[in-house]
Design a protein around this ligand. Structure first.
Ligand code: AMP
Ligand code: GLY
Length: 427
């Protein structure tokens, strides 16, 4: 099978690494990829939302399957684009239809969906310019903190957790009146704040059946002890200690099954990953959000932990045999620690030479997944806020974290920063 993978981050490096292990993978192409993905296939210099160019490349390289990493192409309709064109309809696109991608692309759509299917989530209301005054009243009587969400995609910045009513009212005005997030904030979801520990659960679905392929805890804040600004993710552990059978059964019965049944009953086409962003509130799971893709850096721990052949799983999602497959996990514990550019998630500089990747990679039980990197004059240089993720396995969580940090101690670039405390609450 010839595969085209779309994306350029650490998630895509991990996907390329995992898929290249499969005997079912013949040629692997990555658009646009990075120096990490180039070790497992051919990078194509095509932008992730340039569907016409992706179509030409898919035809030229006789692609059988397209695996989409990031949300942008999914929400912009890549699944429908390929399935509706007779020249590409035979290609298996791993992802939801444009309609189902609204589960990630519109917070209001996903909240309605959860309400229709009685899936536990924070209580909410939605507002636009038309009912702006009602929104102000809703905020004024709402307990604190108040969560405001731009309805559409806002590059991970569309969620505001307001600690006071005046802060919430200001953010509401920014979003609706000043169009802070453009089109994405013409509608705003206002919801109750959930307390607890967040966890990410990943399933693969064919639109009717599903298999759980892993779970992870992501460390989103830039500072140690979960302080400071939100980032794309600073590290992950898997498995997560509280994800025992009892909790997992609640997640399946109350969240995963009703979600997949809902997708099926409503006639939405969906052959791809479902990312359940959950809050464990005193042992009870609630949905914070759906994503229609794998997480980053969650992928950098769940794929190393997954023993089952990923390409076979994706093929099973396509041909309706997902129900019959057997998922196997490594018994080891996995941790990944992200090295980021100095200044991230604020402004930072690119183009610093990165040394030590090969030395870290040579250590036992370590994999280095490149995220924001590129080639320059035969060297690998920084090219983004999140630069690389070092994943390690150990016989317990703390050993895995320690090994990942040992790997990072061999890697250097100007301004490099990482969190030293990934997994801290489980030590
Ligand atoms: P999202 O863009 O929906 O992933 O939200 C970003 C982050 O905001 C989440 O990962 C949570 O940490 C936080 N968050 C979102 N919604 C809530 C909520 N209702 N209660 C508490 N935290 C939330
Ligand atoms: N790590 C969170 C995400 O991928 O959205």
């Amino acid at each position: 099978m010839n595969i085209l993978l779309i994306g350029a981050g650490g998630r895509e490096h991990a996907l390329a690494w995992k898929m290249a292990k499969s005997h079912q993978c013949d040629q692997l192409y990555i658009a646009p990829g990075n120096p990490g993905t180039a070790m497992f296939g051919t990078n194509l210099q095509i932008a992730i939302t340039d569907f016409e160019a992706l179509k030409q490349a898919a035809i030229e390289h006789v692609i059988d399957m397209i695996v989409v990493g990031p949300e942008d192409p999914l929400v912009k309709g890549i699944y429908d684009f390929f399935s509706m064109d007779p020249l590409t309809a035979h290609i298996n696109v791993i992802g939801p239809s444009t309609q189902a991608a609204q589960l990630e692309g519109s917070k209001a759509f996903s909240k309605h969906f959860m309400q229709r299917h009685q899936i536990p989530t924070a209580s909410y209301a939605e507002f636009t310019l038309e009912n702006y005054e009602q929104g102000k009243q809703y905020i004024a009587q709402h307990p604190l903190p108040i969560v405001l969400k731009a309805d559409g995609l806002a590059a991970g910045k569309g969620v505001i957790i307001a600690l006071t009513h005046s802060e919430a009212l200001d953010s509401f005005a920014e979003m609706i009146l000043n169009k802070q997030f453009g089109e994405a904030s013409t509608k705003v979801v206002i919801e109750a704040f959930l307390t607890g520990i967040e966890v990410s659960v990943f399933a693969l679905t064919d639109g009717k059946h599903y298999q759980i392929i892993g779970h992870a805890k992501d460390y989103k804040r830039i500072g140690e002890g979960d302080t400071g600004l939100n980032t794309g993710g600073m590290g992950c552990v898997s498995p997560v200690p509280f994800m025992d059978e009892v909790f997992m059964k609640k997640v399946e019965d109350r969240i995963i099954k009703p979600t997949i049944n809902g997708i099926h009953k409503e006639g939405m086409e969906y052959k791809g990953f479902v990312f359940f962003g959950l809050m464990n509130q005193g042992g009870e799971p609630f949905v914070i959000e759906y994503n229609c893709r794998l997480g980053d850096p969650e992928t950098e721990v769940i794929l190393p932990r997954l023993q089952t052949d990923l390409v076979s799983l994706l093929a099973a999602a396509d041909n309706g045999t997902l129900e019959d497959v057997n998922i196997e996990y490594h018994t080891a514990h996995f941790a990944t620690v992200m090295a980021v550019s100095g200044g991230y998630p604020g402004s930072y500089k690119n183009n610093f030479v990165i040394s030590g990747i090969d030395q870290a990679q040579a250590l036992p039980d370590i994999d280095v997944f490149q995220a924001g990197t590129r080639f320059q004059d035969n060297e690998i240089v920084t090219n983004g806020g999140r630069v690389l993720a070092v994943t390690a396995q150990g016989s317990h969580l703390q050993e895995a974290v320690l090994k990942a940090k040992n790997g990072l101690s061999l890697i250097h670039f100007n301004g490099m920063y990482f969190r030293n405390d990934i997994g801290f609450e489980f030590s």
